[in-house]
Ligand binder design. Sequence first.
Ligand code: UD1
Ligand code: MG
Length: 433
Amino acid sequence: MDASLSTIILAAGRGSRMKSDLPKVLHQILGVPMIELVIEKVRQAGSDDLTLVLGHGADQVQRALGETSIRSAMIRSAIQQPQRGTADAVLAALVQQPPSHPDVLVVNGDLPDLDPELLTRFVADHRSGGSAFSVASARVADPQGMGRIVRNDRGDFVAIVEQQDADETVRCIDEVNLGLYMLHVETLLPLLEEMVSEDLSAADPAAESYLTRVVEVLVQKSLSVAAIPVAADRQFLQVNDRRGLARVSRVFQDRLQIQWLDAGVTIVDPLTTWIELGVEIGSDTVIHPQTVIRRGVQVGRHCEIGPFAHLRGGTVIEDDVKVGDFVEINRSHLECGVRAKHLAYLGDTRVGSGANIGAGAVIANYDGTHKSPTVIGERAFIGSGSVIVAPGDIGADAVVGAGAVVPSGKTVEPGSVVIGVPARKLNPDNARS
Ligand code: UD1
Ligand code: MG
């Protein structure tokens, strides 16, 4: 893999078609913000110099990226304020963060399904072709909304025409601009400066300067441009609106489930199961319908999860655990053989091996201000309808009676039995009488 590639990811746009307060690139696909997926793919393609163009919601995007490991991966950012089109965005990056290499890959930030191999081949083809500017093109099933690749009678690439500027004939073209470009910085920088200032010189504050227009500019100057056909899927995935987001999420979900099925996990009903990215599941685990497994959850081998279970981030489930219907588990660790089969909530809880969480038991981990942890010892039995108010400490082999409320901070000694509201230790003599 060639690790000498400068890349600019365009992520400053308003994303107005999303109709959202959240910047488009922060919308999540299977629990992962779109921008993270794009960054990952670009890195896999060998990019060692990455600049993000941020604008709309730049603070939010920077904060979100700062929370993940990619912060350490040396990503530069350029600010485009206001957002006046994709050419203006590229120019902002070139001026504010001069790339380390003579040519640059430009990637739209709303393409979460990029294939690193496709990118690598596109870069290689551009370099061997020697054009000043290359566009990755493909024939797609639905070109609606995409820039069309226009060729002259000789088949030479002469322009990209955006949907809104396309006449009937151009709209029938199914070869489109995928939103991936390679450009030679020294040639393009002065041309972009000129083109952008020309496009934005009008009094109209809504005017935008499109990167795609640079093709005509280059052709006029007899500089070489290329539309390089790449092996993209005919259903090329991009996210311009919520429909796109839902479609991409579904495609990712189907692919991910195939991976789990092939790894020996039973998914009883793939259509009603939702597993996010960054999850681990051991073989011979059975996932019943209507189950949701969020990013970062680890599930061991030989477990049974669901129906209607919700496993949330930070949860670790060891081998041979059963989590049944309407059970929500959040940031908790269930050791081997734990049973939580009906209607329970476990938050910030460590449950020792072999413990049983009864129907309707709740670990109340949030007091309205703070979240606190609870530990439940091995083989403990937490009765139906009981509430343990965190922080909780239930010893090994202890029993919390049905309907008991164990107050915050109370320790239930190993092997003891507590009942009632608030829970008190059951005197063995009374218990017999
Ligand atoms: C763009 C292309 C279109 C192509 C399609 C492929 C243009 C003008 N059109 O259309 O030819 O077929 O992508 O997906 O480029 N952005 C900025 N600053 C801005 C405007 C946009 O950074 O001022 C960013 C957006 O955040 C987004 C990317 O550029 O990540 C593309 O913008 P978008 O509005 O999605 O363009 P499309 O309509 O998809
Ligand atoms: Mg787009």
